[in-house]
Write a protein that binds this ligand. Structure first.
Ligand code: PEP
Ligand code: MG
Length: 577
């Protein structure tokens, strides 16, 4: 037995047989065409483009793919239909006299290099989509029918150099439970698919290729990036038991699906989910939640090659609303700027992007882009229940300006004869200390508030939320943050304005009793933590409320930690995910 470690990319545990899958080796034609062969090669390119598109369209038939894969396959169709790429490929055939397969390879490889050299991680992962389409096209042109995955079954753990999105989908259809790759970015589409589908994914396992052989037994424990080669019986038994327990927990959670989320003393807590990328939608729709409390729409920009227009945004929002109906979806308008800036929008370089033209500020300084989004949301509201929320608000001024533009969009749509819900609740995020401090006036103007503790902690404590050097200062439960939450709750209560909390705090088990005890009645959590949070809420009682009421938030941090990690422990202990 040998225990090896790699990087955790997507959680999941599996026991299976090692199956090395070697990279696709295609020998490209190297000869130059004669003039009279050009027409024939242009023709094979067209036929291949059509055939690959047809294959993708077959997969896009409803029922064959889930929402996770649909988005990605649609992106691949867009790549195939890209007129610019087509122009470059036909030029390479006509002017350079390249055979079609070589032309595809040259043009796509150039695009792949461009993406791989973009600094932003989210764009770099686009390279995988182009590789995927390139390989499919070249295989079609060369009539290569080899299938490297033909004999893979649920008993196998594939080991590959890298993984592209369509391979992740394909392996999921073969019921594979874990995959090992030499390298993979945690934000790649393939990683996102694995995470959304519960497939364990580990990358860069040191020495694996020297230690493991095809057909040997492996245990993959992706949560800790562990791979065990030829495990001993004791280890196998431990994991068999663990898988059994996990299955029991899953069944128990499913049985909880229809039970509303309420505390032991009967307080109804609305428990919603956060939607980041559309790959998560199916899993979220399946939770039996009270809706989506935060839909981070900026991802519509970040992962696309073109700016999403009104129609394509409408299709996205409509799909989410219809999937979640009759429960509401809180769509947060683009939180662009900061590090979430699309390469598709030109903007000024900023010395402190997190303090710069981010969120609502960015939207208000790009009114056309903002109005396109508002129009799309309004039109989608005819198909489900929606709320609109604005990010990075500091006081009522930006909120009222956003509302003014929203009303203009409403008037325009009315004049154009479009249907929409005339009473969409408008709210704002409380994620900047100024917003919490001004929460009295905000609560008066807004239909609802949502506390974003990720940024609230960042801006209150002046700590970069992603900064490794200062991670020890990023204390979401710092009394300063908790006092701002309490202040917001009390101001909102004075105006009967509902408040939810959608930052990561809501998904961290140790914080759930604290938040419920502080009087929060709505949480929006990441879907992986959903049932765990629900379980903890169900354990909360009136005694908890009293304990928190008696606690003074002016206490030093150590006292707050004593409260969370000792006094409140019985409420969350024994609640593994
Ligand atoms: C937050 O800041 O808590 C929040 C939910 O928004 P995001 O994480 O998208 O910045
Ligand atoms: Mg935020």
């Amino acid at each position: 037995m040998q225990i090896l470690f790699g990087k955790r990319i997507a959680d999941g545990v599996a026991v299976g047989l090692a199956r090395f899958i070697e990279p696709l080796i295609i020998s490209l034609p190297t000869h130059s065409l004669t003039e009279d062969q050009v027409e024939g090669e242009l023709n094979s390119l067209d036929l291949a483009l059509k055939a690959v598109e047809q294959d993708l369209n077959v997969l896009l038939e409803p029922k064959l793919v889930n929402q996770n894969e649909r988005e990605i396959l649609e992106t691949h169709v867009q790549i195939l239909q890209d007129p610019e790429l087509y122009g470059y490929m036909t030029d390479a055939i006509k002017a350079k006299l390249f055979p079609a397969a070589k032309a595809v390879n040259e043009v796509f490889t150039y695009a792949i290099n461009v993406f791989e050299n973009i600094e932003n991680e989210l764009f770099r992962q686009r390279a995988a989509d182009y590789k995927d389409v390139r390989d499919k096209l070249i295989k079609k042109i060369l009539n290569d029918q080899s299938d490297r995955f033909a004999d893979i079954s649920e008993d196998h753990i594939p080991i590959m150099k890298e993984i592209d999105p369509s391979q992740a989908s394909l392996l999921q259809r073969k019921h594979v439970r874990a995959i090992i790759v030499d390298s993979c970015s945690p934000t790649s589409h393939a990683a996102i698919i694995c995470r959304a589908l519960g497939i364990g994914l580990v990358s860069g396992v040191e020495n694996l290729r020297n230690v493991a052989q095809n057909g040997e037994c492996l245990i993959v424990d992706a949560e800790v990036g562990k791979v065990v080669v030829e495990p001993e019986n004791e280890m196998l038994e431990y994991y068999a038991q663990r898988l059994q327990v996990e299955e029991m927990i899953r069944q128990k959670q499913l049985s909880q699906k229809r039970i509303p989320c309420q505390t032991k003393d009967g307080r109804r807590i609305l428990l919603k989910a956060n939607l980041g990328v559309s790959e998560e939608l199916d899993a979220i729709a399946d939770l039996g939640s009270d809706g989506i409390g935060l839909y981070r729409t900026e991802y519509l920009f970040i992962s696309k090659d073109t700016l999403p227009d009104e129609e394509s945004q409408l299709a996205d929002y409509r799909n989410v609303l219809e999937k979640m109906a009759p429960n509401p979806v809180t769509i947060r308008t683009f939180d662009l700027g900061g590090d979430k800036l699309s390469h598709l929008i030109s903007s000024l370089e900023e010395a402190n992007p997190y303090l710069g033209n981010r969120g609502i500020r960015f939207s208000l300084s790009h009114p056309d882009l903002f109005k396109t989004q508002l129009r799309a949301i309004l039109r989608a509201s005819a198909f489900g229940k929606v709320q609109i929320m604005f990010p990075m608000i500091i006081d009522t001024q930006d909120f009222l300006e956003a509302k003014r533009l929203y009303n203009i969009c409403k008037d325009e749509l009315y004049a154009e004869g479009h249907e929409y819900d005339p009473d969409i609740p408008l709210g704002c995020m409380v994620e900047i200390p100024a917003a919490a401090i001004c929460s009295d006036s905000l609560a008066k103007e807004c239909d609802f508030l949502s506390i974003g503790t990720n940024d609230l902690a960042q801006y209150t404590l002046a700590v970069d939320r992603n900064g490794e050097n200062v991670a020890r200062y990023y204390i979401q439960h710092h009394p300063a943050v908790l006092k701002l939450i309490l202040f917001t709750l009390s101001n909102a209560a004075n105006h009967q304005t509902p408040v939810s909390l959608c930052g990561e705090m809501a998904s961290i088990k140790e914080y759930v009793p604290l938040l419920i005890g502080m009087g929060i009645t709505e949480l929006s959590v990441n879907h992986a933590a959903y049932y765990q949070v629900k379980n903890i809420v169900q354990k909360c009682d009136a005694k908890l409320q009293n304990t928190i009421k008696l606690f003074t938030m002016d206490s030093p941090l150590v006292k707050v930690e004593e409260l969370i990690y000792q006094t409140l422990k019985p409420y969350y202990s024994g609640n593994g995910r």
